[in-house]
Design a protein. Structure first.
Length: 292
């Protein structure tokens, strides 16, 4: 367990459940929509025989994600002392990079992901079962890998608690139910607005994980400035209050950040939120040919 996480204590159970539950809901619904598109295409194409390869691909992706989470989590929790801080810091930075790339990619890819998946499945059906399995594996595994890395970085600040995993599973369960209801036409969700709001939430969470990772590397001696605090509000900070649970449990923020943490947190939010919230340029269309 990380020295930094152990010294700060775990947030409340409700906070851990809420933060990880929102992550599970967002990422689970994103992966569920991908599976829904693939299944709907096969059903409408009267190719139900290929559904078993989709199930196998999705199951393999889930197993890969679980193994990735377990390996990284065990690797960071079995180490002790400064080595644990360095491992936790590096894992957090890797998670931030990949999550940021995926969030920004989804910002533009969401407009055409349905058509791209259907076209990919059509080609995969012509290529054979292996291609269908591979398409399903990568379509779901991409979202799952993002979730695993995000949860590793998020859970580092909960002092080894299992509640973030419980919250994640609850969020995934709700996402699965919503996906089935959408497939059956029982409910409709404004997905553009949903992914926009939850995308902002993921960016803010990633900023906190970035700050946490930098502090861990400072404690481990990899980065300088570990004793140079930007401010120290510990005397006026109540870890058990509503703001304390939100800051520590969801946003990964401390009452005594270093200068490097504050600069990195502010810079990351300013740059990534600008890139994420700026208007998406409309797709270009081919110009009509000029008559001779």
């Amino acid at each position: 367990m990380s020295v930094l996480a152990a010294s700060s204590g775990a947030p409340s159970i409700a906070t851990q459940l809420m933060g990880s539950g929102l992550i599970g809901l967002r990422e689970g619904l994103e992966a569920g929509i991908v599976v829904m598109i693939l299944v709907a295409f096969l059903v409408k194409s009267e190719r139900r025989d290929a559904l078993r390869w989709v199930r196998l691909g999705v199951g393999t992706a889930v197993a890969m994600v679980a193994a990735t989470f377990a390996i990284i989590h065990l690797g960071t929790t079995t180490l002790t002392g400064l080595a644990a801080e360095v491992a936790a810091g590096l894992a957090s930075l890797v998670a931030v990079v990949i999550v940021t790339a995926m969030v920004l990619w989804m910002r533009t890819a969401s407009r055409s992901i349905s058509g791209d998946l259907r076209a990919g499945m059509q080609r995969a059906l012509l290529a054979g079962p292996t291609a269908v399995l591979t398409l399903s594996f990568f379509a779901v595994g991409r979202e799952g890998l993002e979730t695993a890395l995000l949860m590793v970085g998020y859970a580092e600040n909960t002092a080894g608690s299992a509640w973030p995993l419980v919250g994640l599973l609850l969020g995934l369960g709700v996402a699965a139910v919503l996906t089935v209801l959408m497939y059956l036409g029982a409910i409709r969700i404004d997905m553009a607005r949903f992914f926009r709001y939850t995308g902002v939430f993921l960016v803010v969470v990633a900023a906190g994980i970035l700050a946490y990772g930098l502090r861990a590397l400072q404690i481990g001696g990899v980065l300088p400035g570990g004793s140079t605090l930007a401010f120290d509000a510990s005397a006026h900070y109540d870890a058990g209050s509503w703001y304390g649970t939100v800051l520590a449990g969801i946003l990964n923020l401390r009452p005594d950040p270093t200068v490097l943490q504050v600069v990195a947190w502010v810079s990351y939010l300013a740059v990534v939120l600008y890139l994420f919230l700026r208007p998406v340029a409309p797709a270009r269309t081919a110009e009509p040919a000029v008559a001779a």
